[in-house]
Ligand binder design. Structure first.
Ligand code: MN
Length: 246
C-alpha cells in the first residue's frame, strides 16, 4: 500500500503535539519528526513511542548554535538510541553566519559520530551554506556509513549533481515548489532520490499553517514538476522511502 511521506516536520512544536501525532498516525502518513535541541529528545521519543507511522529524529539545529555548543554532549549521549538524525547542518544566512565556525565544528562532530556508529539517516539543513555542508559530508561521512537527506535544498544545479553523486536524497516541500528559480534545478533531480516533506509548522500555504495532513498538496505540486500523476508520484516517493530506510 502506498503511504504518503513527510520526511521533515516538527510535531513537537505544534500547539498540541499529542493531538497532531494522533491525527497523523490515524491518517497513516509516514512522518519523521525533528528535534531542534538535544534536550527535547526524551520528550520526542516518548511522544512517538509505539507509533507505527511516526519516527523521531535526534537533532541539534544550526541556528541554535550561537557560540554555545554545550548540548553536543547531550546529543552524543542520546545517539545510540536514535536511528534518525535531524535537524542538523549549517545555516549561512547573515544572522547565523557569524557562528558558522562553531556550526561547522558541531556538524563535523555529528557526521563523524554517525560514521562511527553507522546506519544513521540524517535530515540536513544547508541554507546558504550548501557547498560547505557538502564538503563536510564528503569529508566525514562515507556513503557506506550513513545516508543523507538534504532538507529544503536550494543549491545550484551543479551542487545538486554533486550531492546526488555523494548519494544524497532530497526532501522537497511546497515552498520550494512555489519558487520558479528552484524548480529548474529540482526538475533535474533523479526521481529515485526524491522524498516529500512539509517542514511544518513553519511553512504557511495560502496563509494557513501546514501539517503532515496536508502532504497531498506537496505531492500534487511535485507531480506537476516530474510530469507524473499524483498517485504515481506518491508511489515513487514511497518506494524511495523504502530504499532509503532499508
Ligand atoms: Mn525544519
Amino acid at each position: 500500500m502506498t503511504s504518503l511521506v513527510d520526511f521533515h516536520c516538527h510535531l513537537d512544536l505544534f500547539p498540541d503535539p499529542e493531538a497532531i501525532i494522533a491525527q497523523v498516525e490515524g491518517a497513516r502518513i509516514r512522518a519523521l519528526t525533528m528535534t531542534t535541541t538535544p534536550r527535547a529528545w526524551p520528550h520526542n521519543r516518548e511522544l512517538t513511542k509505539d507509533k507505527t507511522y511516526i519516527r523521531p529524529a535526534l537533532g541539534y539545529h544550526p541556528e541554535l548554535i550561537k557560540g554555545d555548543s554545550s548540548e553536543l554532549q547531550l546529543w552524543e549521549k542520546y545517539l545510540p538510541e536514535a536511528k534518525y538524525i535531524g535537524e542538523v547542518g549549517l545555516d549561512g544566512r547573515p544572522e547565523a553566519r557569524r557562528y558558522l565556525a562553531e556550526q561547522k565544528e558541531v556538524f563535523s562532530h555529528i557526521l563523524r559520530s554517525c560514521a562511527r556508529e553507522g546506519k544513521r539517516i540524517l535530515s540536513i539543513h544547508s541554507t546558504f551554506a550548501v557547498t560547505e555542508a557538502l564538503n563536510l559530508i564528503e569529508e566525514h561521512l562515507p556513503p557506506a556509513r550513513g545516508k543523507i537527506v538534504l532538507h529544503w535544498f536550494t543549491g545550484t544545479s551543479k551542487e545538486a549533481t554533486r550531492a546526488t553523486d555523494l548519494g544524497c536524497y532530497f526532501s522537497i516541500n511546497s515552498a520550494m515548489l512555489s519558487s520558479t528559480k528552484n524548480c529548474a534545478m529540482l526538475a533535474e533531480l533523479p526521481t529515485n532520490r526524491i522524498i516529500t516533506e512539509t517542514d511544518s509548522p513553519f511553512i504557511l500555504l495560502n496563509g494557513k499553517t501546514q501539517s503532515p495532513l496536508n502532504i497531498k498538496v506537496t505531492v500534487k505540486k511535485l507531480s506537476t514538476l516530474i510530469h507524473r500523476e499524483p498517485e504515481a508520484t506518491a508511489q515513487i516517493v514511497h518506494e524511495n522511502l523504502i530504499a532509503l530506510v532499508s
